[in-house]
Design a protein around this ligand. Structure first.
Ligand SMILES: [Zn+2]
Length: 484
């Protein structure tokens, strides 16, 4: 498709709100104006629709072999990016995680090859999972490869850095200009509490949140931001789930630390009462950080509105119920466009239902983020339309070096555009979603407002809610640091 005219939409960006036409050619927005006098090969009538810059979800885990059992998250790069597109997201940032002994560069090249079928654009963070001299020396190479953000896990054996290593990693990132992004939970607290609970026979998922206490997140967040202050480096905190974690960001900013934070959809909309259910239900909510009490979810909304939390992500890391309950390592694919189930049955990886600490952790959400934020944010009066666009797209583009190519509607920007029907009412069901997962944490929620049409660099890939694109349209987004 070489050129497209979008007529009469109500264009909403993080700052503007006006009715205009958009003319697209060569994958980018060429012109924006009222009643544009241009002829186009295709005209999309956006009367009555909202027109947003495509959503950006900068925290997802597609096709991710998690933990010592290497259970692979159930969306691959095709199903996961189709789901994202159908939910109004046109860019994701996923992770490169080197295996023991593997160089970061090699891991990057392998990940890039895995992503070949992506239907939306994508970038990577690097999991900074070692801080030996070889690893530190590879940071400039990763920056050259377009990876400018580096995830440091304070929790999880094998991939975490201890405090001394974190400090050295931050110094290295300061030297080269990379952005540290931090999973802030207290490792020793978690490990100790998990061992104690399991020893007492507390194996059901209902015990999971007790092993990852609010105070542990708060303490780790304070510590990470203190290190940022000592090293004088900017720092982003991923998946803030508690009021206390958020306050740590607010206080660090007041001291001059360049701190940012993100919140996941699930920590805005779901609470820890969901753990008080039988195993097969509660297992859906084994994720880190865990779901929190309602007071914390309310605080997350306040933080978002006040800008202490900069944007909304999903941490999309789906596992099917068979995977969660120990019946499979690899996912069963039910929803490939071909309709073919590709993975044969395999032996269960666990004889019994695994204890909560051995279940794969994470939740699906890549497809529902934008509509949920529209409904529970804009319709509920918690966010303005401009704020909604900012937290689902623009703010992430700015932090991660994608603005103004992504995250806005302006001449010269990539034509990543969502036409959104604010009146369409949808009841969310796993059955109707495109993500490859047999449940959604948002099952049964009724929302008003749904994605109508989606363009990725001028390619129409979703039409009236149906995926019509082709595998491989998505491109790798090499990013640059601000100094370059
Ligand atoms: Zn994550």
């Amino acid at each position: 498709m070489s050129n497209i005219l979008i007529r009469n939409g109500r264009l909403v960006t993080a700052t503007d709100d006006y009715v205009a036409d958009i003319f697209i050619a060569n994958e980018t927005i060429q012109l924006i104006g009222k009643n544009l006098a241009v002829s186009a090969e295709r005209v999309l009538d956006a009367s009555g629709l909202l027109v947003f810059p495509g959503g950006i979800d900068p925290h997802v885990h597609l096709q991710y072999p998690q933990g010592p059992n290497r259970i692979v998250s159930s969306d691959d790069w095709l199903t996961g990016t189709i789901a994202a597109a159908c939910g109004g997201t046109t860019t994701v940032i996923d992770f490169v995680e080197a295996k023991p002994g593997e160089s970061f560069l090699r891991a990057f090249e392998a990940r890039l090859a895995e992503a070949a079928d992506a239907v939306i654009d994508f970038g990577f963070h690097l999991a900074f999972n070692r801080a030996d001299d070889t690893a530190l020396a590879e940071i400039p190479t990763m920056l050259d490869a377009g990876i400018t953000s580096f995830k440091i896990y304070m929790a999880y054996d094998n991939i975490r850095l201890n405090d001394r290593e974190m400090l050295v990693a931050l110094q290295t990132l300061k030297t080269h200009g990379g952005l540290p992004i931090i999973h802030a939970e207290d490792h020793d607290v978690i490990v100790t509490l998990v061992v104690q609970h399991i020893a007492q026979g507390h194996t059901e998922p209902r015990w999971h949140p007790f092993t990852r206490p609010i105070a542990g997140e708060a303490d780790a967040t304070v510590r990470a931001l203190t290190y940022a202050e000592i090293v004088d480096v900017p720092m982003h905190i991923v998946h803030v789930s508690t009021a206390r974690g958020m306050q740590a960001i607010r206080k660090a900013r007041a001291r001059g630390v360049r701190a940012t934070g993100e919140v996941c959809t699930q920590h805005l909309l779901l609470t820890d009462t969901l753990y008080d259910q039988p195993i097969a239900q509660a297992a859906k909510y084994v994720m880190a950080p865990p779901l929190r009490p309602e007071a914390d979810t309310r605080a997350m909304w306040d933080g978002l509105r006040e800008g202490i939390l900069d944007f909304v992500v999903t941490d999309h890391c789906p596992f099917t119920m068979a995977q969660r309950l120990g019946k499979r390592r690899t996912p069963e694919f039910r929803k490939l466009p071909s309709g073919i189930v590709t993975n044969p049955p395999e032996p269960a990886w666990s004889d019994d239902v695994p204890a909560f600490n051995r279940m794969p952790g994470g939740a699906p959400g890549i497809e529902t983020r934008v509509p949920l934020m529209f409904h529970f944010g804009v319709n509920a009066g918690k966010l303005s339309l401009n704020q909604f666009v900012n937290v689902t797209s623009t703010a992430a583009a700015k932090l991660y070096g994608l603005y103004q190519r992504k995250g806005t509607l302006a001449p010269g920007a990539d034509a990543d555009i969502v036409l959104f029907d604010p009146t369409r009412e949808v009841t969310i069901t796993a059955q109707a979603l495109h993500q490859n997962c047999d449940y959604t944490p948002y099952e049964g929620m009724r929302v008003r407002g749904w994605v109508h049409t989606v363009l990725v660099r001028g390619n129409v890939i979703v039409e009236e809610g149906r995926f019509v694109g082709k595998p491989g349209i998505g491109k790798y987004l090499g990013r640059k640091t601000k100094d370059e």
